[in-house]
Design a protein around this ligand. Structure first.
Ligand code: CP3
Length: 357
């Protein structure tokens, strides 16, 4: 659950507000298709979902990026759409198209969702967490995760990720079934994150990938408020839970999010400037991000320059280096090595300038 007293895991130090021995770095979607060993494990599992529900293989895949790169975190291999599936939605991942789900659009369909026992049906995921927790190096932080209520609801309303209109319309018109749907998801997600933390996750991240769909007024009601309830619900059972929030593409709303959601860190997309990260976000909480995944794909001097600006622009005790969104499947592996090496190089220079580091 919590870190052992002897651990100096850099990511935990930053989330706890202490100066880390070095600036932590990890990547969203760091276990995935850009790695041949991932593609091989997925083929062995038979499908993406069978991989998610196979604790031995999912643990192996979670640890794969650590064998290649000097990273400070491992993120549980699973998916945000396992919660809708546990609530009774039909879920398939079709090649090329991504996820496809059965949809909800009225009070009756929301009432039919199976909240009772939903988190228990995800027991194989906690088994994966326990296996990774036992196998990982002590200074590497194991991160669990779930989707934020709005993003999960939007998949459940649309049935896919490629269209957004019905979900946005529901958020703006706010019919009773929409509020009820968010409550069901929030409740199931509290139980799910608590179970991950009890199984050995040392921090959790809440992915609100579609936060940018919500205009300012709706943002407060359907992004910040449900995440705040989720955070409070988890801490009611695990008081010292460390939580990272990722309201992707939230624009200026990210400042209210950082102030109100109650998270230890806010993850930011590539649209947020280093200046805003430093001057407006880092006084509130730790800040994670935000190299554009396309720059990682590009590599070369443009990637180095972006890393330099980020590392030199943010204080080590408040910064977790990451991408602004998930790594792209066609990213060359050497560019990931370049990225991590560049972070280490620039960070070792700033170390001498910062006190306590
Ligand atoms: O390495 C990690 O980050 C851990 C595992 C992880 C996955 N999905 C594995 C995955 C995490 C944290 C997620 C989160 C997730 N899943 C999000 C939030 C982050 C984001 O990207 O915005 C969302 C929206 C989903 C839903 C989802 N899962 C989509 C839209 C897709 C299809 C798009 C794609 O990249 O293929 C997935 C599939 C998925 N989830 C894959 C992986 C490795 C690819 C599946 C495959 O092997 O074919």
């Amino acid at each position: 659950m919590a870190s052992s007293p002897l651990s100096h895991a850099p990511l935990l130090e930053v989330l706890d507000g202490r100066p880390p021995l070095r600036r932590p770095v990890w990547m969203m979607r760091q276990a995935g298709r850009y790695l041949p060993e991932y593609r091989e494990a997925r083929a062995r599992a038979g499908s993406f979902l069978s991989l998610c529900y196979n604790p031995a293989l999912a643990a192996e895949v979670t640890l794969q990026p650590l064998k290649r790169f000097d990273l400070d975190a491992a993120i549980l291999f699973a998916d945000i759409l396992l919660i809708p599936q546990a609530l009774g939605a039909d879920l398939t991942f079709s090649e090329g198209e991504g996820p496809v789900l059965s949809t909800v659009a009225n009070d009756k369909q929301v009432a039919a969702l199976k909240l009772e026992g939903a988190a228990d049906r995800l027991a194989p995921i906690y088994e994966t967490v326990a296996r990774v927790a036992a196998a990982k190096p002590v200074n590497v932080t194991l991160i669990g995760f779930c989707g934020a209520p709005w993003t999960v609801a939007s998949y459940m309303i649309e049935g896919r990720g490629s269209t957004r209109e019905r979900a946005r319309l529901a958020a703006l018109a706010a019919p009773s079934w929409f509020a009820a749907l968010l409550e069901v998801i929030t409740q199931a997600s509290i139980d799910y994150l608590v179970a991950q933390l009890r199984a050995g996750a040392e921090a959790v991240q809440i992915f609100d990938s579609w936060a940018g769909d919500l205009p300012a007024r709706a943002f407060s009601r359907w992004c910040i408020e449900p995440v705040r309830q989720l955070v409070a619900g988890v801490r009611a059972q695990v008081p010292d839970a460390r939580i990272i929030g990722f309201p992707r593409a939230a624009g200026t709303n990210i400042i209210d999010f950082a102030q109100q959601a109650g998270v230890n860190a806010v993850a930011v997309d590539a649209g947020v400037s280093v200046k805003v990260m430093r001057d407006q976000l880092s006084p509130i909480c730790a800040v994670q991000g935000n190299i554009d995944p396309l720059l990682l794909l590009a590599g070369g001097p443009a990637l180095d320059a972006a890393v330099d600006e980020l590392v030199q622009g943010l204080p080590r005790r408040r910064h977790v280096v990451n991408l602004g969104h998930g790594i792209l499947p066609s990213t060359p592996i050497e560019h990931v090595s370049q990225f991590v090496a560049r972070v280490r190089l620039r960070d070792s220079e700033t170390r001498n300038e910062e006190s306590g580091g």
